[in-house]
Design a protein around this ligand. Structure first.
Ligand SMILES: *[C@@H]1O[C@H](CO)[C@@H](O)[C@H](O)[C@H]1NC(C)=O
Ligand SMILES: *[C@@H]1O[C@H](CO)[C@@H](O)[C@H](O)[C@H]1NC(C)=O
Ligand SMILES: *[C@@H]1O[C@H](CO)[C@@H](O)[C@H](O)[C@H]1NC(C)=O
Ligand SMILES: *[C@@H]1O[C@H](CO)[C@@H](O)[C@H](O)[C@H]1NC(C)=O
Ligand SMILES: *[C@@H]1O[C@H](CO)[C@@H](O)[C@H](O)[C@H]1NC(C)=O
Length: 626
């Protein structure tokens, strides 16, 4: 017989889990609570606990496996993330298929074991780094149903303040690392300076994530913005044998695959360090699902039954997207906006009166067909068609409303976190102007509508961000087809675009030497009036320092991603004055390190900073990639 004192804690646990318990972990609502085809069957999960009379895991079996992360800052709250899991060998419970998404990996033939009882985790948020003054705390549960991830909203916080946070297994001193985060300013706070590090395109097997590590070591931004391609879906190499081989080793399709791939990234020490130090505001691009993902398909998967025939992956486009999206929301420290609306991720942040940050999804939500290899000529013919959309009408209208409301509320800057290059990037091939259509240049009527909204409503101080291309592109935001624009002064533009290079991905087409990269940069730079700097040799990131008076963008490169190292080379700095709506001249204070600059000097100083020691050195790496 159970003694009452033994029974009581178990009953209390069950009562708590049935009550508020599972709700505190946001991931039980991922991707959707209301769509029976998408979400978890919470009552079924709860019945599983009630039926079993075993204890939850012995705390000694549990570990915080992937560090901590935080994100989507609001003035009084922020999202906190961790993962706590039993060691695999202890997980000997029966195979249980939960919800509507079976835990089945199609090629490894492994089922993920369902956890017996929920793991109880406490979290505390501190206003000091010695972790003495508690600002908020709470309890939440996790299980195998959500890959043992835990995502909670820390509340009751003060605006634009730094906090530290830590998780522990309930009633034990098994603790996660101590993370640091920061809330956003109040929407009406005046005069705040806000700085962001902007990343995109981290191809794990192509090299080391030095760019992430450098930002963590330098520690001079408030938040991290990630414009997508946080993971790639491709499989490369053999684990345990090849450097930076992917896990799983094959291309990913299932929920298990996507979780495993993101999990592998989160063991990377440089990526982990930026998650542990900064609140992130990420969006996905295509590779969080698969190459060239759009509304109805991807390069290597059509929305047809072909996938199930002739050794195809045996998965539909929609199921693959749901798998990818669910793993993303489980693992990323972000809020759920309105997932019942086509797995929506687009959302916005009011960062004081200084800026509004508008995060778009130009990929997976509702994008018309993109060039997929077999249809490129067809897309060239269609690119200006008015019906073509990157965002879908719901998101597009929301975007215009956001821009207008931002101006109306008196925010100085509108910063738009977008995936793909917005400005023109034409060059002459065999005597003919040629333009790549995988970005806004394949949706020119859509781009015209954006420009029209900005020009017609006199909305200025717009800063467009982009990733995706694996190169640096800096342009005045100028509607060159429709409005006068002076390339020398920037007169006539409505803002500036800062598009950044990749953390590690290949620059494609720019060759492997500075000479080839600069010759290609020159071809682009001389064929587009609004394009002022192009650079395609270095991997890296940029910082955006936003104040009520000006925006400064500072671009950095990693001399080599073939090794894990702390070196970084300043590539170029640009300033945009409030009200000017164009890059300040002289461009880049007259000098950049590399690439093509429309008016000014390109000098290869090779002067490189070690972000760990503070040492400067003239340095040239021969081997750039793994
Ligand atoms: C937890 O992590 C520590 C440190 O990495 C390790 O020594 C220990 O074996 C792990 N415990 C389990 C149960 O996996
Ligand atoms: C998708 O369909 C197109 C058009 O029929 C075809 O050319 C292409 O090979 C298909 N792709 C895949 C991955 O099946
Ligand atoms: C990613 O890295 C792998 C391994 O180096 C390479 O084969 C692939 O082409 C890369 N893709 C991109 C987009 O960088
Ligand atoms: C950009 O400014 C930083 C100081 O913030 C400086 O260290 C760097 O050398 C500048 N970069 C260039 C290319 O001039
Ligand atoms: C910088 O590196 C480039 C490429 O390796 C080389 O051509 C150039 O001479 C170097 N410049 C200096 C000042 O060392």
């Amino acid at each position: 017989m159970w003694a009452a004192k033994e029974l009581f804690p178990l009953l209390a646990l069950v009562a708590q889990v049935l009550g508020e318990g599972l709700d505190a972990n946001i991931n039980y609502g991922s991707p959707s609570r209301r769509h029976s085809g998408l979400g978890l069957d919470i009552p079924q999960i709860q019945r599983r606990f009630v039926k079993r009379d075993d204890k939850a895991y012995d705390p000694k079996e549990l570990n915080f496996t992937h560090g901590v992360a935080s994100g989507d800052p609001y003035p009084n709250s922020v999202i906190l993330w961790t993962r706590v899991a039993p060691s695999l060998k202890s997980d000997t419970s029966d195979v249980v298929v939960t919800g509507n998404v079976p835990y089945y990996s199609h090629d490894t033939e492994t089922y993920i074991k369902a956890s017996k009882n929920p793991i109880c985790v406490e979290y505390k948020v501190y206003s000091d780094k010695e972790a003495r003054k508690v600002a908020d705390k709470g309890t939440a549960y996790t299980t195998s149903d959500i890959d043992f991830t835990l995502k909670v909203e820390a509340k009751n916080l003060k605006p634009f303040s730094t906090y530290w946070y830590q998780f522990n297994v309930c009633g034990t001193d098994i603790r996660s690392p101590l993370g640091r985060t920061k809330t956003s300013p109040n929407a009406n706070d005046n005069g705040k300076d806000i700085s962001l590090a902007v990343f995109s395109c981290a191809n794990f097997s192509n090299g080391y994530f030095n760019a992430y590590g450098n930002v963590a070591r330098k520690d001079n931004v408030d938040y991290v913005v990630h414009l997508g391609d946080y993971i790639y879906e491709i499989g490369r190499g053999e684990l345990g044998k090849d450097e930076r081989a992917t896990d799983p080793p094959h291309d990913i399709f299932t929920l298990y695959d996507y979780r495993t791939r993101i999990g592998q990234h989160r063991l990377d020490l440089d990526l982990r360090a930026t998650h542990e130090k900064f609140a992130w505001i990420p969006v996905w691009d295509d590779h969080e699902v698969a190459n060239n993902a759009y509304r109805d398909g991807m390069s290597a998967l059509n929305n047809t039954e072909e996938s199930f025939l002739n050794d195809g992956p045996g998965i539909s486009v929609d199921q693959r997207k749901v798998n990818a999206v669910r793993a993303y929301f489980e693992w990323m420290p972000i809020r759920q906006v309105e997932m019942d609306d086509n797995l929506r991720i687009w959302r916005s942040f009011q960062l004081g009166k200084t800026l509004d940050l508008i995060m778009l999804d130009t990929r997976n939500y509702d994008r018309s067909i993109v060039d997929l290899g077999w249809n490129d000529n067809y897309i060239q013919l269609l690119k200006g068609h008015a019906a073509r959309t990157l965002m879908g009408s719901r998101q597009e209208n929301w975007f215009y409303n956001q821009l207008s409301q931002s101006q109306k509320r008196g925010a100085t800057w509108r910063v738009i976190g977008n995936q793909i290059l917005f400005s023109r990037n034409q060059r002459i091939v065999k005597g003919k102007p040629t333009i790549a259509t995988g970005n806004w240049n394949g949706y020119t009527a859509n781009r015209d509508r954006v420009y029209k909204h900005l020009y017609d409503n006199n909305i200025g101080n717009n800063i467009m961000l982009a990733g995706d291309s694996h190169k640096n592109w800096v342009s005045d935001l100028a509607w060159v087809e429709q409005r006068p624009y002076d390339s020398a002064t920037g007169e006539g533009a409505v803002g500036v675009e800062f598009a950044g290079t990749a953390v590690t991905s290949n620059p494609g087409g720019f060759g492997d030497t500075i000479a080839s990269a600069e010759s290609m940069a020159t071809e682009f730079g001389t064929n587009n009036a609004e394009l002022q700097w192009v650079e395609g040799y270095y991997r890296g990131y940029y910082e955006l320092h936003v104040s009520p008076k000006q925006v400064q963008a500072k671009f950095y490169g990693s001399p080599s991603v073939a090794t894990r190292n702390a070196w970084e080379i300043p590539l170029a700095n640009f300033t945009v004055k409030a009200g000017a709506n164009r890059l300040s001249r002289p461009l880049a204070d007259g000098r950049v390190e590399s690439g093509f600059l429309k008016d000014g000097a390109v000098t290869h100083s090779n002067l490189t900073l070690n972000t760990e020691t503070g040492e400067w050195k003239v340095i040239g790496f021969e081997k750039r990639f793994i």
